[in-house]
Design a protein. Structure first.
Length: 211
């Protein structure tokens, strides 16, 4: 199994809509990012595969397709790339079809145990803080105390997701968390490769030098 790094990026879902994700990811990789969930459900299958092929040399085993794309599972099965399951996707039977990293979106302790039962390699747990990428999200953030309680008996590596920034990540790093995941901080709406590199380097440094 591929090593699971401490920082997980999630693409913002706007490739080809005024942004070119390949350049932004190149910047983030230069800053130390080693794993990315490719969440671009609006793309056609051909465009999604083409984008994944362009990103694969940058990320290697850290390229993970997001199952919000209708063809992500079949592409992952054929290519060997990883797959990330949103809460709305069926989880049963997926592990046997995915050779790469398998992740799952979780929002509770029960979800974490279910993710482990289906053979997921890691899980994201959210929202820890108010999400930068979803300002309309009305779910109550769990905060640091809720995060630590949830992961205290987690049966698999967990990434804290939701409101992860340069100011919130240091507190997260003081818990027993495996890593942090980010979309809005790593890939802000007005960004370029220099910004994504700087933000990836910041999170990577924080997690590398955790207490």
């Amino acid at each position: 199994m591929a090593m699971i790094p401490a920082v997980l990026g999630i693409s913002p879902g706007d490739h080809g809509c005024g942004h070119t994700l390949t350049w932004l990811v190149q910047g983030s990789v230069d800053g130390g990012l080693k794993a990315l969930v490719l969440r671009e459900p609006h793309l056609s299958k051909a465009a999604y595969v083409e984008l994944a092929r362009r990103l694969s040399p940058l990320l290697g085993s850290g390229l993970i397709l997001h199952a919000s794309h209708a063809d992500a599972l079949s592409i992952a099965e054929a290519s060997g790339w990883g797959l990330h399951l949103p809460g709305s996707a069926p989880w049963e039977g997926v592990r046997s079809r995915v050779r790469g990293l398998l992740g799952a979106s979780c929002h509770s302790v029960d979800d974490l145990h279910m993710a482990a039962e289906i053979g997921a390699d890691y899980a994201t747990l959210s929202p820890v803080f108010s999400p930068l990428s979803k300002p309309s999200d009305i779910r109550e953030p769990m905060g640091i105390d809720g995060l630590q309680e949830a992961i205290s008996s987690a049966p698999l590596p967990v990434f804290a997701l939701g409101g992860i920034t340069n100011t919130s990540a240091p507190d997260v790093a003081k818990t027993d968390i495996h890593g942090v995941a980010s979309m809005g901080y790593l890939f802000p709406s007005e960004s370029d490769a220099d910004i994504t590199a700087a933000h990836a380097a910041t999170l990577s440094t924080i997690m590398k030098h955790r207490p």
